[in-house]
Design a protein around this ligand. Sequence first.
Ligand code: SF4
Ligand code: SF4
Ligand code: SF4
Length: 228
Amino acid sequence: MPDSLIAKLTEQLDQQLPQTQCGQCGFEGCKPYAAAMARGEAPINRCPPGGTEGVVLLSKVLAVPVIELDASCGKHKPRHIASIAAEHCIGCTLCIKACPVDAIVGGNKRRHAVIAGLCTGCELCIPPCPVDCIEMILLPDFSDWDKAQASAARERLKQRTARLARLLSVSEKKLEEKALSKYAEIEGHGSSPDEANRKRDIIAAALERARARRKTADDSVKPPGAHS
Ligand code: SF4
Ligand code: SF4
Ligand code: SF4
């Protein structure tokens, strides 16, 4: 199948996924799983948060029979959300770094809290917490995760990815500037030719790595369809 059709199918499949980015399907998020299904490399029954209803939606997109949810990926559960026991929180910010949809607020050495309405229940914030003060709770009158919430979560993931890539790009640019200034220093100083050549080689290699990383970061923040 041509790449353009696979990309289109990936989008259609991704639209049917819950966007928790939990990784239970064995992929690094909903979009990579959608891409694997579009390429015919993954079955439609690997998403526990989507449940049987989700399998039916995916089967319609791919025009394949409905199959049972793969129990090895996990069980479909009612929507839970993360809750932080603030009195134990040491403000390390590790949970913020782990949350793919920016559903946790808090600053360095300050108590953190979960924004309940944004929490997808992915549980990704739990393992990094060094004091085990995050638990998943079931709120009796909390609505099930719906399509509108999945769309909003997809958007927050996109914004977060773009923000992180911009930060990476800025920090790589600073490293590049530092290497260039070191380069200028060597040119202006009277080290022996061999020593100067050795330092130039080291800096040139560092510059090349920094530029490659910056290009990757810049490319990842370009809107779809943009060309360099
Ligand atoms: S929500 Fe489903 S598709 Fe998305 S990462 Fe989790 S298991 Fe995979
Ligand atoms: S707060 Fe935790 S469980 Fe909720 S979305 Fe963020 S990482 Fe997932
Ligand atoms: S990982 Fe745990 S201790 Fe660290 S900020 Fe989050 S809730 Fe607090």
